[in-house]
Design a binder for this molecule. Structure first.
Ligand code: TXA
Ligand code: MG
Length: 319
């Protein structure tokens, strides 16, 4: 079972990409969540290139990708028991742990914060690249700032091709939305961004966690870089109920229930949150290229299973 058979990626491509990373160049690579735009996390000049390519403000901290728990520990000034337990349970996988950082991680990576987000991705191509490179790799999603995250190499090319020397095409991402970001700096831990690992999965390992809103109210730091207009298509997106799509113009309707009457181009979305998440960005990318006046999206129920999908839809919505 080789990377070549599964993903069409050769050993040589992994070696070339790893060499580029070590030399301070950018490489786009697949993860199980979304494609990342990677640079050597220990090299300030290399990381600067990420911000330039994305048009991203340097106030927004990056996630550092590692290939082992040991490498994570080597970058953390403190590695609490909760981090160890969560890493053992969910890594490799779509969970980013925010911990206190060692000085070896340059300020540009963390936007000057004393903490760093660490994640071991589950995609075999990402893991092979990280192991071959032998360095921690800072990587945000490989899209222009505030735009939709890419879940295929084609999305990366559409948005960033001229800025990236190398794109590893490992096919579509299976999780489809970004990792869960959890701060374990203080107790209880704080959920900064819902994502691929659910709140209840985390709580089953370390007990109750706080939401960002609760901890903000308690006076803690908000998560930097959590801009409300992240993850947007160019076409205005509206969350709707009961199929009440806009009456003006032409649009597309992401429907959860079945009803054949609406005057929009209708896309039936899966009724289950994981399958929905896996399709969401690819669907929005495709609709965004079709020149509609709007995209109307059935608002999913406000239940814990839909938390991460609802978070992304709210950020993507125009109002
Ligand atoms: O699934 C993912 O997480 C993808 C793939 C490529 O791994 N990456 C990703 O990166 O979504 P990005 O840069 O688009 O989002 C990083 C998020 C930001 O919302 C940022 O606020 C948060 O992680 N973050 C990173 N470091 C942090 C820190 N030290 N403290 C608080 N939040 C942090
Ligand atoms: Mg992003």
């Amino acid at each position: 079972m080789t990377l070549e058979e599964h993903f069409g990626i050769t050993e040589q491509q992994i070696q070339d990409a790893a060499e580029l990373l070590r030399r301070g160049e950018l490489v786009a690579f697949p993860t199980e969540t979304v494609y990342g735009l990677g640079a050597n996390a220990l090299d300030t000049a290399a990381v600067k290139r990420i911000f330039d390519a994305k048009g991203r403000p340097e106030t927004s901290p990056l996630i550092v990708h590692i290939s082992s728990i040991e490498m994570a520990r080597s970058l953390a000034a403190e590695w609490p028991l909760s981090a160890e337990e969560l890493a053992e349970r969910f890594w490799p996988g779509p969970l980013t742990l925010v911990v206190r950082k060692k000085p070896i991680i340059p300020d540009i990576v963390t936007a000057g914060l004393p903490t760093v987000g660490l994640r071991m991705p589950a995609h075999p191509v990402a893991l092979a690249l990280l192991r071959e490179a032998g360095i921690p790799v800072a990587a945000p999603s490989a899209n222009r700032f505030t735009r939709l995250s890419p879940t295929t190499a084609e999305h990366v090319r559409e948005g960033l091709a001229q800025h990236i020397p190398y794109i590893l095409d490992g096919g579509p991402c299976t999780v489809g939305i970004e990792s869960t970001v959890l701060s374990v700096v203080d107790r209880p831990a704080v959920l900064l961004r819902p994502g691929g690992v659910s709140r209840s999965e985390i709580e089953s390992v370390i007990g109750p966690i706080d939401s960002l809103r609760q901890s903000e109210a308690a006076g803690a730091h908000p998560s930097p870089g959590m801009h409300p207009h992240h993850y947007s298509p160019r076409t205005p997106l509206f969350l709707v109920r009961h199929g009440e799509v806009p009456s003006q113009g032409q649009g597309a309707y992401l429907r959860l229930q079945r009803d054949p009457r609406y005057p929009a181009s209708v896309v039936n979305m899966p009724g289950r949150p994981r399958e929905y998440a896996a399709r969401l960005y690819a669907t929005l990318h495709e609709l965004d290229s079709q020149g509609y006046d709007w995209i109307a999206v059935d608002a999913p129920e406000e239940t814990p299973e839909w938390e991460s999908v609802l978070d992304r839809l709210r950020r993507a919505s125009a109002s």
